[in-house]
Ligand binder design. Structure first.
Ligand SMILES: C[S@@+](CC[C@H](N)C(=O)[O-])C[C@H]1O[C@@H](n2cnc3c(N)ncnc32)[C@H](O)[C@@H]1O
Length: 331
């Protein structure tokens, strides 16, 4: 009989557990792997009440369906966030977090089309666009890229807070057309973000971009993929580092050194004090740092602040998959 999903425990128990998991990670045990992503995906699609998965400590445990769910998201950049503070998800990298499908916004297609046209036109005239073009032209020619998979670019809005998402989607098409010119053939464009709604899907389809449901962006990433992500609320870097390494990544710049950060206490609007993690939702880890050593990198400076701080990583050497052997993390 599998244990129930652990939810709490004494400080000593949590410290022991986090130490076990840290050692296991340092020894090279993958936190994220295709079989488990497929198993969880299957669980949510088939409607079964619970699923048993192997925890990071090697023991099986059970996740029970939450009747409110309609879509799941990977959760927690586990390794950087590992701490006695992580009482709520101490055993698995793959939390299932329950959310509503779609962004909750209900903009008309015509509004999104008009907004996109404006932001795309601004993007194509911008200095960051020229800088990105230059980097792509100088670094991608050596690679065989057949598809782009982007994570967490956000639902397309109208009005306030619309610019980043529109500009980032326009950048996907810039990447595709640059690669198509370099390689002389078509590149397929995919995006994964649980916040897309049906209007986003219609609009993106019209631009030749296909939405993949979480976790199929991760599952479809292969050694010919260009992965693109900007501040995603999911640990894209850690998941990709544990699975098939892509041809290139354009994602939030990886810190080359591990810096010590502290949790802090903050009083929120409700007057309660909460412990706040110093780590973002797509944190680096030793494995992510090791992975990017195998890639050349050029930082993309974005003065217009539509992307925060991105680096273009391109594979240095032919990967094992090109010789017929599946490439995954080698530590
Ligand atoms: C902080 S927003 C960043 C949006 C945009 N890239 C930007 O820079 O303004 C994080 C995004 O990650 C998305 N996200 C959350 N879970 C995700 C998942 N499992 N796969 C892909 N995207 C996810 C959220 O829906 C949200 O759109």
């Amino acid at each position: 009989m599998a244990k129930q999903y652990y939810n709490g425990g004494s400080v000593t128990e949590c410290l022991q557990r986090t130490e076990t998991i840290s050692k296991s990670y340092a020894a090279g045990t993958p936190l994220y792997f295709k079989a488990q992503l497929l198993q969880l995906d299957d669980f949510l699609k088939t409607g079964s009440e619970s699923v048993t998965i192997v925890g990071l400590d090697g023991e099986e445990f059970e996740i029970t369906r939450d009747s409110r769910n309609d879509v799941w998201q990977c959760r927690d950049g586990f390794v950087r966030r590992i701490s006695v503070e992580n009482f709520y998800s101490p055993r698995s990298a793959l939390g299932i977090s329950y959310t509503s499908n779609g962004s909750g916004f209900d903009y008309p297609l015509a509004g999104i089309q008009a907004e996109y046209a404006t932001y795309q036109s601004n993007w194509l005239k911008s200095t960051p666009y020229q800088a990105l073009q230059k980097i792509l032209n100088s670094s991608l020619a050596k690679l065989d890229i057949t598809n782009i998979i982007a994570f967490g670019l956000g639902s397309l809005r109208v009005g306030e807070h619309a610019s980043r998402s529109h500009t980032q989607h326009a950048a996907v098409l810039t990447m595709a057309s640059t690669i198509e010119k370099l390689m002389g053939r078509k590149v397929d464009c995919y995006v994964q973000d649980p916040s897309y709604n049906t209007v986003d899907a219609e609009f993106l389809n019209s631009k030749g971009i296909t939405i993949l449901e979480d976790p199929h962006g991760f599952l479809n990433t292969n050694s010919n993929t260009l992965v693109f992500s900007v501040c995603p609320n999911v640990p894209v870097k850690q998941i990709i580092a544990d699975m098939t390494w892509p041809a290139a990544m354009i994602w939030d710049t990886v810190d080359t050194t591990e810096e010590q950060r502290e949790w802090r206490t903050e009083v929120f609007d409700d007057g309660e004090a909460y412990r706040v993690s110093p780590y973002g939702t797509d944190p680096d880890s030793s494995r992510v740092r090791e992975m990017v050593q195998h890639y050349d990198h050029l930082t993309f400076v974005d003065k217009d602040e539509q992307f925060t701080c991105l680096t273009v990583y391109t594979r240095k050497l032919p990967m094992l998959s090109e010789t017929g052997i599946e490439m995954s993390v080698k530590l």
